[in-house]
Design a protein around this ligand. Sequence first.
Ligand SMILES: C[C@@H](C(=O)O)C(=O)SCCNC(=O)CCNC(=O)[C@H](O)C(C)(C)COP(=O)(O)OP(=O)(O)OC[C@H]1O[C@@H](n2cnc3c(N)ncnc32)[C@H](O)[C@@H]1OP(=O)(O)O
Ligand SMILES: [Co+2]
Length: 134
Amino acid sequence: MIGRLNHVAIAVPDLDAAVAQYRDMLGGKVSEPQAQPDHGVTVVFVELPNTKIELLHPLGENSPIAAFLERNASGGIHHICYEVDDIYAARDKLKAGGARVLGDGEPKIGAHDKPVLFLHPKDFCGSLVELEQA
Ligand SMILES: C[C@@H](C(=O)O)C(=O)SCCNC(=O)CCNC(=O)[C@H](O)C(C)(C)COP(=O)(O)OP(=O)(O)OC[C@H]1O[C@@H](n2cnc3c(N)ncnc32)[C@H](O)[C@@H]1OP(=O)(O)O
Ligand SMILES: [Co+2]
């Protein structure tokens, strides 16, 4: 069911510093910051030849990454995003298998303008999983 690795997300306390580090020290190709108010984050993508790194910074009052950054003051790997061919079929299979689909269970439009869903980290080896419609 899961396909390509779309991105690995890193929550960062200082987005400008993270962008400078990825661009200037690591030589990465970085995007402009994109506000994602529906997701409570601002994102910057670092494009690698085989995947992307998503730098995440909280946006707004109830950001879902706020508690994570409180626990990880210097930042940390926050989620991994796999592509799936049919996000509704994937969701239904996961729910039937007892996995917790976060939020109201309906896909939201993600940073690539495609539907995304999140799965509870406690159900997947302690790692928050994002699924993105391929
Ligand atoms: C733009 C879009 C895109 O790419 O298209 C995005 O990525 S948006 C990216 C941002 N959006 C999301 O993350 C949406 C889905 N995320 C959520 O709904 C939330 O972040 C939760 C996953 C439910 C966690 O929320 P919160 O940290 O407030 O919950 P909590 O403090 O009660 O934590 C419950 C337990 O899960 C653990 N926990 C929390 N976040 C975790 C993470 N990212 N990775 C691994 N473990 C994690 C905590 O340590 C805790 O474990 P213990 O109980 O053992 O202490
Ligand atoms: Co993501």
